[in-house]
Ligand binder design. Structure first.
Ligand SMILES: [Fe+2]
Length: 272
């Protein structure tokens, strides 16, 4: 049965699979990368089904490519729908990005120019995906490293995307901090323009300093400035399901659980 997402979770990553399968991870939910499990059978889906017996699941995609003018194949949407029907996830999400062209998947979350024509393209793709899945999805704000000339602010694009499609937002607080810093903007001011009532889930992650700016690397603990921004989000929205993404330098599950405790404490403190 499909459940609602609430509380505090982690991205379920391979080094910790045994803990999730045994129901030993101290989390309220798990998030997995959809494409890793869009198969009919075998070990990956078996692992996910066993974890699903203990935890609500959020399915987080990286290849829907709603920013591409090329229509995503029916095959991809059929396989995603089959996974959704099987797992009955609490949330299905993807990113505001495009990932490839001509059948080539770059496995990168490439930047969408925030223009009216791109907004039309994105909304068409979201409408198609949501009607194929017969449920609303969440879309994540990207971390950005470049800006296109003649475009609207990201918060304006996201607001209109939500208004036109009825989708929700997966608010990645680290991505806001990375993007705002890279573009010389105030991350707290960034929040003012977002439709925060549409946020259905929050991501936290670590970043690193690159040669030309901050990079969303997911390989370090959450930065103190991102914790401060998270606190501000929760102060404005009230409680929201929150999770930490860690994809590099993955520590023991206990260490991630300790970091997740900081999110619980931050939310508790601000809501108290
Ligand atoms: Fe994220």
């Amino acid at each position: 049965m499909t459940t609602r997402l609430s509380g505090f979770g982690l991205g379920m990553r391979r080094p910790h699979y045994a803990h999730y399968v045994a129901g030993e991870a101290p989390v309220d939910f798990v998030e997995v990368i959809s494409e890793n499990f869009m198969v009919a059978g075998g070990r990956p889906i078996d692992t996910l089904m066993r974890a699903r017996a203990h935890y609500p699941v959020a399915l987080h995609g990286v290849s829907l490519s709603v920013g591409s003018a090329e229509t995503r194949s029916d095959d991809y949407l059929d396989r995603l729908k089959a996974l959704v029907d099987r797992i009955e996830p609490a949330v299905v999400s993807d990113h505001l990005c495009w990932t490839g062209i001509g059948g080539f998947n770059s496995h990168d979350l490439l930047p969408v120019p925030l223009t009216e024509p791109a907004l039309d393209t994105v909304c068409r793709a979201i409408d198609r995906a949501q009607s194929h899945l017969q449920r609303p999805m969440l879309f994540e704000n990207p971390s950005s490293y470049i800006a296109f000339a003649g475009t609207m602010p990201e918060w304006e694009f996201l607001s209109e995307m939500v208004r036109r499609t009825g989708c929700g937002l997966l608010l990645d607080v680290n991505n806001i901090f990375v993007s705002a810093t890279n573009h010389g903007l105030d991350p707290h001011g960034w929040l003012d323009g977002l439709p925060l009532d549409a946020v259905g889930q929050i991501h936290l992650a670590g970043h690193s300093q690159g040669e030309h700016g901050l990079i969303d690397t997911h390989d370090a603990p959450v930065d103190p400035a991102v914790w401060a921004l998270y606190t501000e989000v929760i102060r404005r929205t009230g409680p929201l399901p929150t999770m930490i993404e860690r994809d590099g330098n993955i520590p023991a599950l206990d260490a991630l659980a300790d970091e997740l405790m900081l999110a619980r404490q931050a939310a508790c403190a601000v809501l108290a």
